[in-house]
Ligand binder design. Sequence first.
Ligand code: ADP
Ligand code: MG
Length: 682
Amino acid sequence: MARLTDPITALKGIGAAKEKQFAALGVYTVYDLITHFPRAYEDRTRLVTIDRLEVDVPGCFRAMVTSNPRTSHIRQGLDITKVQVSDHTARLNLTFFNQKFRAEQLIYGEEYYFYGAVSGDFIGYNMQNPVFESIDSPPLFTRRILPIYPLTAGLSNAAVTKAVAQAMETAEAVPEVLPLEIRQAYDILSAGRAYFAIHQPQSFEELAQAKKRLIFEEFFIFSAGLSLMRARRAVKTAAPYANTDLQPFYDALPFQLTGAQRRTIDEILGDFRRGVPMNRLVQGDVGSGKTMVAAAAAYCACKNGRQAALMVPTEILAEQHMATLDKLLSPLGLRCGLLTGSMTPAKKRETRAALENGAIDFVIGTHALVSEATKFQNLGLVITDEQHRFGVGQRGALWEKGATPHLLVMSATPIPRTLALILYGDLDVSIIDQLPPGREAVDTFLVGENMRARINAFIRKHVKDGHQCFIVCPAVEESETLSVKSAELWAETLQKTVFPDLRVALLHGQMKSAEKEAVMGAFARGEFDILVATTVIEVGVDVPNATLMIIEDADRFGLSQLHQLRGRVGRGKAKSYCVLFTNSRSAETLLRLKALCKTNDGFQIAQEDLQLRGPGDFFGQRQHGLPVFRVANLDCDLETLKLAQEASARWIESHGGENTPEAAALRQRIGMLFETGNPVLN
Ligand code: ADP
Ligand code: MG
C-alpha cells in the first residue's frame, strides 16, 4: 500500500509520462494527490430504466448487452462501433466513435451500468460514447457523485479519478490537525472522512460536510500560524522607553485631541513601555486625525533617543505631512527630514547621510525610504500611513532597517474587522472611532447629467462664499494616460466654457513632483477655486477650505475609494457636500452608490462594499498579502473564518504548547503554509 509521502509513481498505472502530467498540476506525492480537490461534481447517482431516459439529459441505467458489438470502418480516421443494450423496459442502440476496443469490453449477455445522454433522431433513439462499467466493479464512473478535477493537457478526468481512487486507501492516514474537542464543538468531520468524502462523496450532504471541514481546517491552520507568529514576536525584546511623558507635545497642539486619539496614543505608549516590539494597526476613518497619533508616537520615540520613519504612499502626501509635522515638532526639538523619489540625487544623499549619522530624528517619505541606500543610525519606530497601499513586503523591508523597531501601521480604508484579521492578523488593533468635534456629515447626492447646470451653479455659489471645490475624474487603472487626458480635457473645458472667470487648476499623477507640489500648495493657500484632479488626491490631502467634492463617472470607483475621496472635504468648519455624477442605469450600480448617500460611516460603507462586491474586488489590485486558500473562499466563507479563528485562538491558548499528534501535525501544516512564500506570514 502506498504511503502519503510516496511519489505518485508508487500507484499502479502511473509511469513517467503520467508523472510529468501530474507534475504540471503540482501533484508529486500521494499526499498532493489527496489534496488535489475536485473543482466540481456531477450527479450520477440517479438510476433509471431505459424508457425513463430523457433526451439530452445524462442518466445512469443498468442494461444487458443484447447484440454482438460491430465495428465499421467508415473512412480514414473514422471507425464506428455499434451495440444494442436492453433492460426490461426498452432497447437502446449505443454508438462509439473511434473506440474499437469497446467491442471487446462489451460482452453479449453481460450486464453493465451505463451513463450517458440519449439523442433522438429520425431513426430512433441512440446514445453516443456512454461511460460504462461492469456490474460487479466498484462504482467509479457510474452510480456515484463524480468528482471533476482540474486537469492538464493529456490527463483525463478518468485518469485522475482512478489515481485518486487508489490513493484513497491512504486517506485515513492524513494526519488530523483538528483536535477532537474542536471537531465536536464545531460539528466537524474527521480528516480521514473529510478527505475521503471530498473525492468520493456518498451524498451531497456528506460533500457539504467535507467541504465545511476542509475550509475550517484551512482557516484554522492560517489563524494558528498568525497566532504563533505573534507569540514569536512577543519573545523579541525592545528596550522599554523610559520617557513616555507627552505633555510638551500635547501643549504644543493647536487643538485638544479627541478621546479616541488619546486612547490610541495611550495604547501605543503602553507598547513602548512593555519592552516588546509594537505591532499595531491604527484604523480610523478619513479625518479622524491619524496624523497626530503618528506624530505623538514619533515624538515619544525620538525623545527616547530613537529615530522614527513615516512612510506614505504618495509624494504629495509626504510633502504635506512634512510641512505640518515639521512645524509642530521642530519647536519641540525634533529634527525632521523628507525623503522622496523625485528629490534631486544630491538632496537625497544629504537626507540619507543625515539619517545615517543621526542628524535627522524623524524622516517622512515615500517608498524611497525602503531603498537599500537608506540607512539609519538607530531606527526605533516605523510608521506606515495608508497601509493598504503598500505590500506587506515593503512594510517588512523598512522594518529590517532597525533592530526590531516598533511598528505602527495606519489605515484609513476601514477594512471590515474580519478581513482586517486576515490581512493584519498578526497585529494589535486600535480603532479611532470618533471624529474631531465640529465635524458635520458631508451631504452626498447622486445625480445624472440632467443636473449638470444646477451643479455648476452650486459650484459657483461655493466659490462666491469663499470656498473651494475638488472635481475628480476617474482613474482608469490600465491606462493612466486616459484618465490624465480626461482630467486635463475636463479642466480645460470648464475653464474655457463654464467658469472663465474662476481659477481652475489641474493635478494628476503624471505631473512632475515639483509641479504637483506647486499646484497643491497653491490650492491649499486658496490661489485656485477649483482643482480638477485624478485620484492622486485620494489619500490624505488636507485643504480645510474645500467644501465641495464633485466626482465624475462615480460608478467607475469602488465605494471605499469614493468614501476616501469624499473625505477630502468636510475637514473645516463649513458645511460640505459631495456630488456623485453617473450615467449608469444599472440598478445594482445605483444601489451601490446610494449606500454612500445614506451614511458617512466608513466602516459601514466598507461592509456594504464587501457584501456587494466581495473581498477580491474590494481590495482590487491592492490585495497584497492575501493568502491563497485552496478550498476556502473569502467571498463566501467569512463566517467559517470567524469560527476557525475563534477555535484556533482558544485551542492555542489552552493546548498550544502540548506535544500531541494534532499539535505536531498543525505545526507541520503551518510550516507548509510558510513555505509557500505567503507574504502575510513572512
Ligand atoms: P486622517 O489622516 O485620519 O484622515 P488627519 O490626521 O489628516 O486625518 O486629520 C484631519 C484634520 O483634522 C487635520 O486638519 C487635522 O489637523 C485635524 N485634526 C486632527 N485631530 C484633531 C482634533 N483632535 N481636533 C481638531 N482637529 C483635529
Ligand atoms: Mg491621513
